[in-house]
Write a protein that binds this ligand. Sequence first.
Ligand SMILES: [Zn+2]
Ligand SMILES: [Zn+2]
Ligand SMILES: [Zn+2]
Length: 253
Amino acid sequence: MTVTFLGTGTSQGVPVIGCDCDVCRSLDFRDKRLRVSIHLQIENKSIIVDSGPDFRQQVLRERIKRLDALLYTHEHKDHTSGMDDIRAYNFMQHIDMPLYAEQRVINQIKQEFAYIFSGHNYPGIPRVNLYPIAEEPFEVEGVAVTPIRVMHYKLPVLGFRFGNFTYITDANYISEDEKAKIAGSEVIVLNALRKEPHISHFSLSEAIALLIELKPKKAYLTHISHLMGLHREVEMELPGFISLAYDGLKIEL
Ligand SMILES: [Zn+2]
Ligand SMILES: [Zn+2]
Ligand SMILES: [Zn+2]
């Protein structure tokens, strides 16, 4: 399996529009963070988790020429709003794109992209097949996925486990039962917004404490705000098995 970080930034992205802080002015490419998303290549299947506003730019950058399915963690705009651009794959692959999401998220997608579902199938609109998922394990194009229920303040969100790899992007609480589903993952990706506490995201110290408890071989932090600090400096403060993810980072499992 190859995992590519398409984006590792929080909802505003980094740099933030109009901000002159050290991080937003940094020339380090690792301090430029598009909205969160990952691409998974599992054998011959190409899967993306979330399609935020930078989706087009991300699949162009990584030259993703084929896409078999999209999975959604939740309905927030930074995770969904770029979905219209799956049209390119509709056209190239002659398929309706399978979208996997919880029913609540599907309902929101239907509202936000109402033109897709209006029944007026004018040429060029995205073509999708919606597959509702819940807390039970499911398959995406033959790839086994275990959903992990996490809480994003009051909003129930899904993380996903693919074999030895677990991806959790917007959370600030995970129950003991759900931690048991993550246990044994070789690589865990977890969100960490910034150093200060936040109402709906793990802070850096909360994420580190949870990762020490979960004990993966390697962990990466994502959904990062400019308030986290410079990539190079934060990296030096982390335990050896934890790194900040950055856009374009690829890992092989
Ligand atoms: Zn988010
Ligand atoms: Zn800034
Ligand atoms: Zn969110």
